[in-house]
Design a protein around this ligand. Structure first.
Ligand code: GFB
Length: 339
């Protein structure tokens, strides 16, 4: 990529797209194209074709997607499969028609079979049944990988599918029902800490900024609740790997700049933790003094999801942000955005 190349970041307002946008700016790229959803609906084929015909981007980061945590995925599977298939089909096809030089497609580690050996190598794709809580989303992402590879074979394009592990960081979705686990932990511990300190008016502000607090959580946020507690989902035993989103963005820009291959690539840290360990770490960072309770009526999802990152390490890239520091940064972002 030249510093003046036209680069389209699809999904620049989301967790991943915003981080890629920041990274490109840091690397002094001067011609980054973005469109808000109201300006360009990526699920509309004609609108996407017109946009590519007019703007003729040379490079594309396809970070636009419908994403969510375990509950959102299992409650709205039709929305997840439909929106993701439409976005991928429209953008990948338009990129091919309009001669995009290189496209990076972002998938997710949930594409791998539920019981895949750990850590999961790229070649484990399609070797077993998927995790049911997110199979609709996973199938859409697998279709995106197959599209990249099929267009490469048939049309000689350079479309690179990458599979990030679970992500977190500034700009995340902190909605207590639809979010991923890490923002939910930060917000739940913070609210419980405020409640135990009797800060009702800050809790109201939180709800205005980050979305409704479900009634059961509200009920538990009583200053008289002694000892104060936070209720988390599942058993706490599943293991997850967490990558700070700025590290992911760094990897994406690095691959666009330095890698000419188009084989599927995992992006992660190579380390994981149980949800309980993650919860205890987050509790300590937020300085909540109460108990952690697990609601086992809620799903665990995949028992373990650790990526094998040896291919990426072989290309000279490694994650930099330590999990504790990443959680601290994300908590600071959340606090700043409460104001
Ligand atoms: O992050 P998460 O929603 O997604 O949940 P997945 C990870 C684990 O944390 C699960 C537990 O075992 C949850 O049961 N957990 C505990 C919680 N408390 C909470 C909570 O308050 N909120 C949430 N959200 N989880 C998603 C997939 O799977 O991850 C997507 O559904 C995608 O397809 C994404 O791949 C990265 O890691 O289970």
């Amino acid at each position: 990529m030249e510093k003046t190349s036209e680069i389209f970041v699809a999904g620049h307002r989301g967790l991943v797209g915003a981080a890629i946008f920041r990274r490109l700016q840091d690397h002094a790229y001067t011609n980054i194209i973005t469109r808000k959803r109201a300006e360009l609906d990526l699920t509309g084929q004609e609108a996407v074709r017109d946009f590519f015909a007019r703007e003729k981007p040379e490079y594309v980061f396809l970070a636009a997607a419908k994403v969510g945590g375990i509950m959102a995925n299992s409650t709205y599977p039709a929305d997840f499969i439909r929106e993701n298939l439409l976005i991928e089909t429209n953008v990948i096809d338009a990129a091919c028609r309009h001669g995009v030089r290189k496209l990076l497609f972002l998938g997710s580690s949930c594409i791998f079979p539920r019981m895949a050996p750990q850590p999961m190598k790229e070649e484990y794709l399609l070797t077993g049944p998927l995790e049911p809580t997110n199979s609709a989303y996973a199938v859409a992402k697998i279709a995106g990988i197959e599209m990249c590879q099929s267009y490469n074979r048939q049309y000689g394009t350079r479309f690179l599918p990458v599979m990030p592990t679970n992500l977190y960081g500034p700009n995340d979705n902190f909605d207590l029902i639809t979010s991923h686990v890490l923002p939910a932990l930060i917000r739940k511990f913070h609210l419980a800490k405020l409640a135990s300190e009797g800060n009702a008016e800050i809790i109201a502000r939180d709800e205005t900024r980050f979305g409704p607090i479900p009634d059961d959580i509200k009920a538990s946020l009583s200053p008289d609740d002694s000892p104060p507690k936070v209720v988390l989902w599942g058993t706490g035993q599943p293991k997850r790997e967490f990558l700070y989103v700025d590290d992911l963005a760094d990897a994406c820009v690095y691959l666009m700049e330095n890698y000419d291959g188009t084989e599927l690539l995992n992006i992660g840290t190579g380390e994981d933790k149980t949800i309980r360990e993650l919860a205890e770490m987050t509790r300590d960072i937020v300085e909540f003094k109460g108990e952690i309770v697990f609601d086992t009526s809620k799903p665990d999802g995949m028992p373990r999801k650790l990526l094998d990152v040896s291919k990426l390490s072989g290309l000279g890239w490694q994650a930099k942000t330590d999990l504790k520091n990443g959680i601290r940064e994300t908590y600071q972002w959340y606090l700043k955005n409460l104001k």
